[in-house]
Write a protein that binds this ligand. Structure first.
Ligand code: IPE
Ligand code: IPE
Ligand code: MG
Length: 247
């Protein structure tokens, strides 16, 4: 935990990350520690989602990607999956006004067609009404897995080669990037994981190639704006070399 008295004024507006991606982990452990049901942790976690969306908009982050549900998370108990789906649907309805008022566009990555119909309906509606907003893009990773994303890209590219519309030597990094769910987004500059786990858990495997990584021991429900700002300060002190050396 690292939430000292850092405030927005200490950030250099010229060196903000354009894209922040977050693995929001630790809801279950947060609840368990308080002798509560895991679902309570997810409920509290959704308040932290509201907080981080507001904070990013206020600070001037252009893209925020939140890992909300992985392809592997479908294997959790049915009751937990349904509770998460219900929270997701509620979020889509309750935050619609706020997203509109703050000029935030909602998009998703992942196999959203696997989501229950009522969740899809609320989700697509919020995406549709916010689609012209350009203050910030909130990208939710829902039923998302990076291996699934890359596998789809390989299938898609192979089909074009098979059909004769693409030559082998036209396959390059740009084409692979353009074949991913994230084709319209810059790669994340900063990836944060809460709950202290030092792993990627199938998140943005291609896109994180040169992202700065910050792991905090805070559980997602207890993550604060102050801690976020201090992580941004730490980011601004990093030397991103991209494999090169100082001239
Ligand atoms: C993150 O918290 C939320 C989702 C993965 C949906 P967890 O539910 O993974 O909480 P822990 O990691 O078990 O504490
Ligand atoms: C990653 O957390 C997925 C999300 C935060 C949505 P998990 O809790 O599913 O990941 P593992 O099991 O700790 O690797
Ligand atoms: Mg977890």
């Amino acid at each position: 935990m690292n939430s000292n008295d850092t405030s927005i004024e200490e950030l250099d507006p010229a060196r903000l990350p354009a894209h922040v991606a977050i693995i929001m982990d630790g809801n279950g452990r947060w609840a368990k520690k308080r002798l509560m049901n895991r679902i309570k942790g997810h409920e509290k976690g959704s308040e932290a989602v509201r907080m981080i969306v507001r904070a990013c908009r206020a600070i001037g982050i252009k893209y925020l990607t939140l890992y909300a549900f992985s392809t592997e998370n479908w294997q959790r108990p049915k009751t937990e999956v349904s509770a998460l789906m219900k929270l997701l649907k509620n979020f889509m309805v309750s935050e619609r006004r706020e997203l509109l008022d703050n000029n935030i566009r909602l998009i998703t990555i992942g196999q959203t067609k696997r989501l229950p119909d009522d969740v899809k309906k609320a989700l697509y509606e919020t995406m549709a009404v916010t689609s012209d907003n350009d203050g910030m893009t909130l990208n939710l990773a829902l039923s998302y897995g990076a291996r699934d994303e890359i596998t789809r890209a390989v299938q898609n590219i192979s089909e074009q080669v098979k059909a004769g519309s693409l030559a082998l030597d036209e396959i390059n990094e740009e084409l692979v990037s353009a074949s991913l769910f994230t084709k319209d987004l810059p790669d994340p500059d900063l990836m944060i994981r809460t709950s202290g786990e030092s792993r990627i858990s199938n998140f943005l495997l291609w896109q994180l190639a040169y992202s700065e990584i910050h792991i905090t021991n805070s559980m997602w429900p207890e993550f604060t704006k102050e801690e976020f700002i201090s992580i941004l300060c730490d980011y601004q002190n990093r030397d991103r070399r991209f494999g090169k050396i100082e001239e």
